[in-house]
Design a protein around this ligand. Structure first.
Ligand SMILES: Nc1ncnc2c1ncn2[C@@H]1O[C@H](COP(=O)(O)OP(=O)(O)OP(=O)(O)O)[C@@H](O)[C@H]1O
Ligand SMILES: [Mg+2]
Length: 481
């Protein structure tokens, strides 16, 4: 059977491919498995559930953003490998899917999955996510960016809004932990992602934090506690357009705030999403680079945090009520889109682009200075291969690969992710040495070297370094040394 699986910061949602329909799978606890891990007093890990007094790890997807494959996390005073926790969580998910859901899987039946990552996820996050799904027993058929998946749901549901004058859709995805905006060009059944922008740490969790601080600032101060955050979150999710007051218990007091004060406190966060989506309104393939708002078939508002009234209100105010469309399943559109993508019968195709710059730091001015070269720029159509050749000037090549969201004055900025340092022997005599220990010196008449960078359709990057004279080569993928 085939599934779209959206591993989210707060919820993991699964949609099924079922003869042209893409229903969200129901589990015993509801339409999602909570993305959390807890430790009981006997030292056993639990997934998707926690008793109030157990130590709990929430939003662990956020840790993947800057994590290395050997990153450790602490839970209840014990250390765990992040990659192991993720694999165990996904193993639990598979178990729930097989034994405690309405998916209708037979024992032993293969589970094919399309999975998603945030648009600006680094190669490390992509590989860790994909590996963990595989180790948990899923056959991973595709890895898509979250907003690209939501784009399929739009294409499926609102196809008639896409016309020859309005071929662009802007996906506005506000989840628990991340905000992403992606511009998608739709023509026939092909969806082409043009560009993405976003903030990797902005989502419903931050609204909770802001509201909790507002409450404490009005009522005696103190620390933001987990109980308060849980309470705030539950109240926030219960808000509807007629809600007038926001009531919670904090530090033993019953606190009531006018709802407009709560919206006011969160306005800055909503504004941040509007600023972050501006850079997505451009299509570098055209002479006229920027895309006019009039060319949008729609702004598609998805993600669990998007029903929060100030979000929709502000978007309608800014872009006009007729163009802002909400997903009927804001928390499920990514999973549904992933399922649509896996359904060959639906006949949609997708072209993705690299969602961040990939480059390398290198020594300059005879080692006096360090500069940064962009090797594969953001928005390069995928898959892509880029190469360069030069004559090596030193005995050892020292590569510090970096992925980032922006380049400012030649420097990498914005969601910077660094790869492990890679050393490569240009001097053949050093091929068996521990290169990190070898002093770097200039080499007269060094060999000719070729670097090849391959960016796969799933957004991962791989680097090959090769001495052309004798073909000596090393290929590196982050975490696969
Ligand atoms: N009705 C609601 N009103 C406001 N916020 C809500 C509502 N329902 C859920 N949320 C918030 O949505 C967030 C979860 O959204 P979602 O399930 O899309 O995130 P996710 O997919 O887990 O995260 P991400 O996509 O960032 O990895 C939480 O912060 C939750 O409080
Ligand atoms: Mg999500």
């Amino acid at each position: 059977m085939r599934f779209g699986i959206d591993f989210g910061t707060t919820h993991t949602v699964v949609a099924l491919v079922d003869r042209g329909n893409y229903p969200i799978v129901s589990f015993e606890q509801g339409d999602a498995v909570q993305s959390l891990i807890s430790l009981d007093p006997s030292g056993t890990l639990h997934f998707g559930v926690a008793e109030p007094e157990w130590p709990v790890l929430r939003s662990f997807k956020r840790l993947l953003d800057s994590a290395r494959p050997d990153a450790a996390v602490e839970l209840g005073g014990r250390k765990f490998l992040l990659s192991d926790l993720l694999t165990q969580f996904l193993t639990h998910l598979r178990h729930e899917l097989v034994h405690r859901s309405n998916a209708g899987l037979q024992q032993g039946e293969p589970i094919e999955a399309a999975v998603s990552v945030p648009a600006n996820a680094s190669t490390a996050q992509r590989l860790m996510t994909m590996d963990a799904f595989r180790r948990a027993g899923f056959e991973v058929k595709a890895v898509l960016n979250e907003p690209s998946a939501a784009g399929f749901e739009y294409a499926h549901r609102f196809r008639e809004t896409v016309t020859s004058k309005r071929e662009y859709v802007l996906v506005y995805d506000l989840g628990g932990g991340t905000f992403d905006a992606s511009l998608i060009h739709m023509e026939g059944r092909s969806n082409e992602v043009i560009t993405s922008s976003g903030v990797s740490r902005l989502g419903g969790d931050d609204f909770d934090e802001t509201i909790a601080r507002l409450i404490l600032s009005r009522h005696g101060g103190g620390e933001v506690t987990r109980t308060l955050l849980d309470d705030v979150r539950a109240q926030k999710e219960a808000i509807n357009p007629n809600t007038r007051r926001f009531a919670v218990d904090a530090s033993g007091q019953h606190v009531v705030l006018p709802i407009e004060d709560v919206y006011q406190a969160c306005a800055r966060l909503v504004e941040q999403t509007l600023t972050a989506m501006e850079p997505a309104m451009r299509d570098p393939r055209r002479a006229e680079d920027s895309v006019a708002w009039g060319e949008l078939a729609g702004i598609y508002v998805v993600g669990g945090a998007s029903p929060f009234p100030p979000v929709y209100r502000r978007l309608r105010e800014r872009f006009g009520a007729h163009r802002v469309r909400r997903s009927p399943h804001p928390f499920g559109s990514c999973a549904i889109g992933l399922a649509i993508h896996l359904d060959e019968a639906a006949g949609y195709s997708l072209s993705e682009r690299l969602t961040r710059h990939f480059g390398v730091f290198r020594e300059d001015a005879a080692g006096e200075d360090i500069c940064f070269d962009v090797l594969v720029p953001k928005d390069t159509a995928l898959p892509a291969e880029v190469s360069r050749r030069y004559r090596a000037a030193h005995n050892v090549g020292h590569y510090r690969f970096v992925e980032c969201g922006r380049i400012e004055e030649g420097r990498p900025e914005g969601n910077l992710a660094t790869w492990d340092e890679v050393f490569f022997p240009f001097d053949p005599a050093l091929r068996a040495s521990d290169l990190a220990e070898v002093p770097v010196r200039r080499l007269g008449g060094g060999p000719e070297v070729e670097e090849i960078y391959r960016c796969a359709a799933d957004g991962t990057v791989e680097a090959s370094l090769r001495v052309l004279d004798d073909g000596y080569e090393r290929t590196v993928r982050l975490g696969r040394r």
